[in-house]
Design a protein around this ligand. Structure first.
Ligand code: HEC
Ligand code: HEC
Length: 429
């Protein structure tokens, strides 16, 4: 009789305290992995700069053929991306080789690499840029009139879609920007165009006026493409902040912010899933490290392999490495991976659960092909598949060496965590 009472006693007291136990467990792990909430940035007092950046972000006149703006591929209605596995070219006839990343919290100071391969880098200590344009690079850049204006990797990034033929510039013979003999002169042509025109949809004010309000101390003759990049970045930094998800609230101390299932999923994320090894910090991916997770390679036929970081560094050991992305608002930003290979988060989870199997069995489904206006192909030869798989086995990331063997319950929890806990209601439209 006594034992029965004792058992009853435990049954009653243990079940309500289960939630306290899981909070205790998770909060210990949060300390262990030093996960801190994303901070809201101070409001930029230069409002004209933000307004100029906003206008430019949505301005089709920035593209050679006046057909496409940053927003076309980074639209808040599709998770600040375009909802496509691979973005379409400016003339909509072809595809780019990569998936358009989301821009949430793009302006955080930790984001010193831009693009999936990190080909733009800004060192905040030395203020040195590394970009695809030599003239911006190094300690004494030749184009110092531009670099002296730029204060972040984000600002430098904004210069490059403008001069990429497929993204925004168009082809030679189509417009004056695409006809320029080199990148510097293409940027000059963009500035010339802006100086002579009004923002789209605005009759009353010229770009010249907007620039002089945003940069009152700069004479109009000295406005250059750096001022365009800096204004766009100022807008992106302020606009695309995301700090309101249940996960962020939980990190800020509110135990009630996440449901029990979301917490179980977070525990898998930090525990048996080993996801936290790469998806670190309050963004679950602070965009400052590269890794290979052996995601499938596919794209326009005939396929050219995308070796990611390896192409930039020339180091074969970095082949198929990509920037570890943030997972905040991940439910809004599919398809997934640098090339949109996976359409759902469950597919991503299954990939991690058994990497080699998922890589070897990847196929282009009719639904996937439907979203792409050109013929596509998959890297399928065993030699290449082995190469891709080996890149994830380099020893840098022992967590990918073994199958995770997550059970369905664990996968469900993980999916719930990714889908629900990481979604900021502010951006869920
Ligand atoms: C045609 C579609 C398209 C247009 C237009 C476009 N982008 Fe992108 N954007 C992409 C793709 C695709 C990538 C990834 C490319 C890569 O990694 O090589 C990208 C990458 C980025 C990144 C890097 C994000 C990260 O986390 O690394 C930023 C920031 C960005 N774009 C901002 C802009 C801005 C600002 C403009 C306008 C000046 C713009 N984009 C125009 C498709 C586009
Ligand atoms: C070895 C480092 C590493 C580990 C471990 C890891 N990831 Fe990733 N994750 C990455 C990299 C790198 C990418 C981009 C890969 C690519 O595009 O090919 C990525 C991409 C993703 C994406 C797609 C993001 C997007 O914007 O398209 C999701 C979702 C994701 N990971 C979730 C997880 C989960 C869940 C786990 C644990 C089961 C996990 N990751 C474990 C490095 C890692």
């Amino acid at each position: 009789m006594k034992t029965l009472f004792l058992l009853l006693y435990f049954a009653v007291t243990i079940s309500p305290s289960h939630s306290a136990l899981i909070d205790h467990h998770i909060r210990n792990k949060i300390e262990e992995f030093n996960i801190r909430p994303v901070k809201t940035l101070p409001i930029n007092p230069n409002r004209p700069l933000i307004e100029l950046g906003h206008q430019l972000f949505e301005e089709k006149k920035l593209s050679g053929n006046r057909t496409i703006s940053c927003k076309t591929c980074h639209n808040p209605d599709t998770g600040t991306s375009d909802g496509l596995p691979l973005s379409q070219t400016e003339n909509k006839k072809g595809i780019l080789r990569r998936n358009a990343p989301a821009l949430y919290n793009a302006g955080l100071a930790s984001h010193n690499f831009m693009f999936w391969d990190g080909r733009i880098y800004y060192d905040p200590k030395t203020k040195i840029f590394t970009t695809p344009e030599e003239l911006l690079n190094g300690e004494n850049p030749k184009a110092s009139e531009i670099t002296s204006v730029l204060t972040s990797a984000l600002a430098a990034q904004a210069l490059f879609p403008l001069v990429s033929r497929n993204e925004m510039m168009g082809n030679a013979g189509e417009n004056e920007i695409a006809d320029a003999p080199d990148t510097m002169r293409a940027w000059d042509k963009i500035i010339e165009r802006l100086k002579n025109e009004n923002p789209t949809g605005v009759d009353t004010e010229s770009y010249a006026a907007l620039f002089s309000k945003a940069y009152p101390e700069i004479s109009p003759d000295n406005i250059n493409i750096g001022h365009v990049g800096e204004a766009i970045a100022a807008f992106e930094r302020e606009e695309f902040q995301s700090t309101g998800s249940p996960f962020q609230k939980y990190l800020r101390g509110d135990n009630g912010a996440m449901t029990r299932e979301q917490k179980e999923g977070f525990a898998v994320f930090m525990g048996r899933g080993h996801c936290i090894q790469c998806h670190t910090g309050g963004e679950l991916g602070e965009k400052n490290m590269f890794a290979s997770v052996a995601s499938p390679q596919w794209g326009e036929a005939p396929l050219v392999l995308d070796k990611g970081r390896g192409e930039i560094t020339g180091d074969e050991k970095r082949n198929f490495f990509f920037l570890v992305p943030s997972l905040l608002n991940i439910n809004l930003t599919g398809p997934y991976m640098h090339n949109g290979a996976y359409q759902t988060l469950r597919e991503v989870i299954d990939h991690y659960d058994y990497v080699s199997e998922s890589l070897n069995n990847f196929v282009i489904t009719p639904e996937l092909q439907k979203k792409i206006p050109v013929k596509v192909a998959v890297a399928g030869s065993q030699v290449i598949l082995d190469d891709i798989w080996l890149s994830s086995q380099s020893g840098l990331f022992p967590e990918l060496k073994n199958r995770l063997r997550l059970n369905d319950q664990e996968k469900d929890y993980l999916e719930i965590f990714l889908k629900e806990a990481l979604t900021d209601p502010k951006w869920d439209r």
